[in-house]
Design a protein around this ligand. Structure first.
Ligand code: CP
Ligand code: NVA
Length: 330
C-alpha cells in the first residue's frame, strides 16, 4: 500500500484497505517500540506541529513519534507564530512547505487544514478540527481490534454529543470498516444529515450500518463498544454548558448503559474526560450545576471495561504510522 506524499485530512479520503495497512504498520511500530527496536527511518527530516487549540495526547504523540523516527520537530502555537493574524494560511503553507517535510495542524476550520495541504506541497495531517479528528480514529480502531479481536460487525454506540468532531469521524471510521455505528443522542445533537447520508452510502457495501436513536435502551442494546466524549468541545462558548447538560444528561455512560450492552463490552473515550472533580472545569460545573461527573461516571471510567489509556497510548503508534507511511516510500 503506497501512501507516500498523501495528506491525512479526513478518513473519507482513504479506502478500508489503506486504513487496514496503516493499522498493520502501527502494530509493527508498537511492537518495535515495546521491544526497544530502533526505527529511525526518517533521519534528518523535519516536521512542524501547528496548534491553534490545546492538546496533550495529539501534541505528545506527534512529538514522540517524530523523534522516534529520527526527525526534528518544531511546535508552533498562535502566540509564537505569524499564522492567521499577520500572515494568511496560504502564505504560511508555502513558507512551511519550503522548510519542512510534513505539517500537522490542529485548529478550528477543516478548510484551514485543506488549504495547508493545497498550498504547502508536503503531506499535512489533521490533528483535529471542528469537523473531524481522523488520527484519533486510527487509535480507536487499533484499540477495538486489540480488545475485541475484530472490527467487522462490531457494534459501536456513541452516547452524548453525537454532532462533534469525534462522533463525525467515528461514524465514517465505522462505515469504512464494516462496523455498526449508532449515535445515541437527542435529535438536535445527531450528526449532520448530509454526513449521515454519506456514511450510510459507505457503510452498506462494507456490511456496516449507521443508526440514529434518541432512545438510550435501544441505542445501548447489545453494544460491543460504548464510546463518549465531552459535552462541550474546544472552541464552543461557555454559554452552551447549561443547555448541553440539560440535553445530554440522559446520555451519560453509566452502569445502567453497560447492563444493557454486550457482556464483554468495552468503554472508550478520546479523552480528556470529566469523570470526577479533579479538574478546574469539572469543579466549576459542579458548583454551577451540581454535577459531579458528566459524560461518563467515575465508576465506569475506572472499571476494567475501560480501555481509555490503551486508546491514548495507541495515538502514538498510529500517528507514527501515518507520518512514516506518508513521508517514506518504504
Ligand atoms: N484525544 C485527544 O485528541 O487529546 P488531546 O486533546 O489531549 O490531544
Ligand atoms: N470533541 C473534543 C475532542 C477533544 C479531543 C473537542 O473538540 O474538544
Amino acid at each position: 500500500m503506497n501512501l507516500y506524499g498523501r495528506s491525512f485530512l479526513t478518513l473519507l479520503d482513504f479506502t478500508p484497505e489503506e486504513i487496514r495497512s496503516l493499522l498493520d504498520l502501527a502494530r509493527r511500530l508498537k511492537r518495535e517500540k515495546h521491544l526497544r527496536i530502533g526505527h529511525r527511518h526518517l533521519m534528518g527530516r523535519n516536521i512542524v506541529l501547528l496548534f491553534e487549540k490545546t492538546s496533550t495526547r495529539t501534541r505528545c504523540a506527534f512529538e514522540v513519534a517524530g523523534r522516534d523516527l529520527g526527525m526534528g520537530v518544531t511546535f508552533l502555537d498562535p502566540a509564537s507564530s505569524q499564522m492567521g493574524r499577520k500572515e494568511s494560511i496560504e502564505d504560511t503553507a508555502r513558507v512551511l512547505g519550503r522548510m519542512y517535510d510534513g505539517i500537522e495542524y490542529r485548529g478550528f476550520s477543516q478548510n484551514t487544514v485543506e488549504l495547508l495541504a493545497k498550498y504547502s506541497g508536503v503531506p499535512v495531517w489533521n490533528g483535529l478540527t471542528d469537523q473531524f479528528h481522523p488520527t484519533q480514529m486510527l487509535a480507536d480502531l487499533l484499540t477495538i481490534d486489540e480488545h475485541l479481536h475484530r472490527l467487522e460487525g462490531v457494534r459501536l454506540t456513541f452516547m452524548g454529543d453525537a454532532r462533534n468532531n469525534v462522533a463525525n469521524s467515528l461514524m465514517i471510521a465505522c462505515a469504512k470498516m464494516g462496523m455498526h455505528f449508532t449515535a445515541c443522542a437527542p435529535a438536535s445533537r445527531f450528526p449532520d444529515a448530509d454526513l449521515v447520508k454519506t456514511a450510510r452510502e459507505i457503510a452498506v457495501p462494507n456490511g456496516g450500518s449507521v443508526t440514529l436513536t434518541t432512545d438510550v435502551a435501544e441505542g445501548t442494546q447489545g453494544a460491543d463498544v460504548l464510546y463518549t466524549d465531552i459535552w462541550v468541545s474546544m472552541g464552543e462558548p461557555e454559554s452552551v454548558w447549561k443547555e448541553r447538560i440539560d440535553l445530554l444528561r440522559p446520555y451519560q455512560v453509566n452502569a445502567a448503559a453497560f447492563e444493557n450492552a454486550a457482556e464483554d463490552a468495552i468503554f472508550m473515550h478520546c479523552l480528556p474526560s470529566y469523570h470526577d472533580l479533579k479538574t478546574e472545569v469539572g469543579k466549576q460545573i459542579h458548583e454551577r450545576f451540581g454535577l459531579a461527573e458528566m459524560e461518563v461516571t467515575d465508576e465506569i471510567f475506572e472499571s476494567e471495561r475501560s480501555v481509555v489509556f490503551d486508546e491514548a497510548e495507541n495515538r502514538l503508534h498510529t500517528i507514527k504510522a501515518v507520518i512514516l507511511a506518508t513521508l517514506s516510500k518504504q
